[in-house]
Design a protein around this ligand. Structure first.
Ligand SMILES: Nc1ncnc2c1ncn2[C@@H]1O[C@H](COP(=O)(O)OP(=O)(O)OP(=O)(O)O)[C@@H](O)[C@H]1O
Ligand SMILES: [Mg+2]
Length: 390
């Protein structure tokens, strides 16, 4: 085992004493006080004073190669500081007061893995949230409209449920526009890229909180570089989010790649948004065939929403659609261009601008259905591939 040198830059005296003791007692590590000498690991406490100076120091230390690895610790609660800290790319991040067990595990792990370890989810699971994956049969069918407004409807002060909304539309995610999020500072790719340990406190600090109480995690707005471990990271992120929220609603857009597959595997419910026209219905059939072939999600977890259904819209009828796809249409959502468009243009949800509209009422009914399903149904889990609608 090679001995790694550790430089501690910790302001809080109690945490400093704890870390000195821990590092000295952990095999394979030795403390150094030599600021200038290269060291293997820098453990740095980010405080809320002169954060710019602190981040400059860290950046310089890391980019000059003076330190190989970085652990950050912080008692700061300001999301801006946490976000900046995350952007710096620490290998680990620990909240103060320290959980010494976690720090020791990280030190041991650093001895055994190279420089590109996987994310470790560290959290005390407290919830068993429902992951709802909303996907569209084509672009423009209303996937984001349904995802945003369904998430909003689930986030109901009467039930007190906590809801996270996550945008998986790479590059073209529009949830920040739908919710008038002024400057979303954080996206899930950033989390994925920069940190090896996800902690629920930390993650919570980075999510955008909408006035309605919804927590939002936008998608990256620029093309992300090599993202080989993407599905892995998304899986771990979602597993953590599930312990933090009652519902995690994902706007999956039309992506059917590896990330989508990773979400499908975990999703408790998959909602397919479609229009009642032939190309979309053909895609439902294709999706179903794919799900059956892959073995997930099981058919009884898949719900079809026919969007923009109106009397004069020239749609295929619900009955014919069900015959064509061999799958029940779980709900129809009325055509309401005015309210959906106003909502987008104002950056508000339908609940805010048209609470009594038919479309909002229908989306609330859908939310109520999923609320009733929230208790884990073992029977449903066991029913397997061929569900009630086959
Ligand atoms: N029920 C509805 N009635 C009328 N118009 C609707 C309805 N749902 C959505 N729309 C309109 O359809 C357009 C596309 O909606 P939205 O952005 O939600 O679709 P999308 O499937 O997410 O699109 P994209 O593929 O661009 O992500 C918007 O102009 C929206 O106002
Ligand atoms: Mg969309």
């Amino acid at each position: 085992m090679t001995i790694k040198t550790v430089l501690l830059k910790i302001q809080d005296p109690a945490s400093l004493a704890q870390l000195e003791k821990l590092v000295s007692a952990t095999d394979g590590y030795t403390l150094t006080t030599e600021n200038m000498a290269p060291h293997d690991l820098l453990i740095f406490e980010v405080t809320d004073k002169d954060t710019e100076g602190q981040f400059n120091f860290i950046r310089e230390t890391m980019s000059s190669g003076k330190a190989n690895h970085l652990f950050l610790v912080s008692g700061a609660t300001d999301p801006n500081i946490l976000i900046q800290a995350l952007k710096i790319g620490p290998r680990e991040f620990f909240q103060l007061p320290l959980n010494l067990d976690d720090v020791q595990k990280a030190l041991i792990k650093l001895q055994t893995v190279g420089s590109t370890g996987n994310i470790t989810v560290s959290s005390t699971p407290s919830k068993e949230g429902m992951i709802m994956h909303i996907i569209g049969t084509k672009g423009g069918v209303g996937t984001t409209t349904i995802a945003v407004n369904l998430a909003r409807a689930l986030c109901n002060p009467k039930t007190g449920k906590t809801v996270a909304l996550m945008d998986m539309n790479l590059l073209f995610g529009d949830i920040p526009i739908f919710l008038n999020m002024e400057s979303p500072q954080f996206d899930w790719a950033e989390i994925a890229r920069n940190i090896t340990r996800l902690d629920s406190n930390f993650l919570m600090g980075t999510l955008y909180k909408h006035p309605s109480g919804l927590y939002v995690l936008p998608s990256p707005t620029s093309i992300i570089e090599s993202f080989a471990s993407g599905p892995d990271i998304i899986t771990k992120l979602l597993k953590l989010m599930r312990t933090m929220f009652d519902y995690v609603v994902i706007d999956g857009g039309q992506d059917l790649g590896e990330l989508c597959k990773a979400i499908m595997k975990l999703a408790d419910r998959v909602v397919v948004v479609t229009l009642l026209n032939l190309p979309c219905l053909v895609n439902i059939k294709r999706l179903r065939d794919t799900f059956l072939r892959l073995g997930y999600p099981s058919d009884d977890r898949v719900f079809i929403i026919a969007n923009r259904v109106g009397k004069r819209s020239g749609n295929i009828s619900v009955e014919n659609a069900e015959q064509t796809t061999k799958k029940k249409i779980a709900w129809t959502v009325p055509n309401d261009f005015q309210n959906t468009m106003d909502a987008i243009n104002m950056g508000k949800t339908l609940q805010e601008i048209a609470p009594g509209s038919d479309i909002n009422r229908r989306i609330s009914e859908i939310a109520a259905f999923f609320e009733r399903q929230q208790v884990p149904e073992e029977g449903m889990k066991r029913r397997g591939l061929f569900g009630i609608f086959s």
